[in-house]
Design a protein. Structure first.
Length: 115
């Protein structure tokens, strides 16, 4: 699920069972991922040419109940998310950007800023 809220874009991810998550991927721009419910493991990873994880470079666990429950994901950092508890939720929060990479206040439909 994806939402636009004023000058930001929010991608909602719900994981019904512990162990569910995302595959290794990266984004064009920095973004913050916030954990409002449950617990999520964030891993910075290195992939081989086939897209398989060959090395975990850094691991951070975030629990909604602990406070400070967000992570900055830097542009180009390959990462994956894994739920540590059933019914965990994560929200990826992106700035709207134009094709030149500038932060803009309104969504202009350019989807590469959220990829």
């Amino acid at each position: 699920m994806e939402f636009i809220s004023g000058n930001i874009f929010i991608r909602h991810m719900a994981f019904e069972k512990a162990g569910q998550g995302t595959t290794g991927h990266q984004h064009n721009f920095d973004h913050t991922t916030y954990v409002p419910h449950g617990a999520i493991r964030f891993e910075k990873v290195r992939l081989d040419e086939a897209g398989n994880v060959v090395e975990v470079l850094k691991t951070v666990d975030k629990r909604a109940s602990d406070g400070y429950n967000w992570v900055l994901i830097k542009a180009g950092d390959c990462h994956r998310l894994t739920a540590l508890e059933d019914n965990s939720v994560a929200h990826c929060v992106f700035s709207h950007r134009n094709p030149q990479g500038d932060v803009v206040q309104e969504d202009d439909g350019w989807r590469a800023s959220y990829v």
